[in-house]
Design a protein around this ligand. Sequence first.
Ligand code: ADP
Ligand code: ADP
Length: 228
Amino acid sequence: QPLVSLRDISKVFSNGTVALKDMSLDIGAGEFVSLLGPSGCGKSTVLRIISGLGEPSSGEIRWGHATRDRHGHEEHGIGFVFQEPTLMPWATVFKNVWLPLRLKGKSRRAARQEVMEALATVGLDGFADAYPRELSGGMKMRVSIARALVTRPKLLLMDEPFAALDEITRFKLNNDLLHLWETFGWTVIFVTHSVFESVYLSNRIVVMASRPGRVVEDIAIDAPYPRD
Ligand code: ADP
Ligand code: ADP
């Protein structure tokens, strides 16, 4: 049973733009799926609909049962990483990652522990007290990844997360992300218009075309790169 199923989703904006037409897509637990396609083909619209930030005009979204990750933690909700890290500038790195956990009702102590673990996971131990303005673009992106991770999302949605970064930082973060995915077994939907990135990262590439936005290819890749 898929984690999430889109059935015949269409999206028509009020100005008449048909952003998506009859799009169907099943995402299985543990998949790392790239949505690849030119600007304007509806990739962000798909993510917004899956995340609940946007409503489809017609069609249906179905969710599979609640899942647990391989450490037995119950997973919930959706993590969203945007192209521009949307950090709170007045708050430390620690507070930026800590707040969503507190908002979800975690105790101060438990939240603190999980934040420190998440920062270590993304290679930012030692930066808990820094402010966003003191960090490079790549480090800010790591903070927003940590912030998405602490809530243990059952689905991690990433909308061109590395597009604003230089090639070297981008390549490094690609490797880190791949390593994290292999370690934790998340389900990831990754929007990109980089063919390289989609081939390197994902085990499935969903290619979209525009006017109207739709799926034109759905390609499974057994081993995106030599593992082990
Ligand atoms: P992508 O993420 O692939 O670049 P989008 O999902 O952002 O594409 O947009 C798909 C299409 O819908 C584009 O033609 C875009 O201009 C249009 N669109 C997106 N948001 C809106 C909106 N709020 N109102 C009208 N048209 C929109
Ligand atoms: P408040 O002023 O709301 O009490 P604090 O800034 O004191 O917030 O921090 C809230 C919680 O986060 C406290 O439990 C604190 O110990 C912890 N905390 C704050 N900053 C850090 C940090 N850099 N490293 C580890 N824990 C921190």
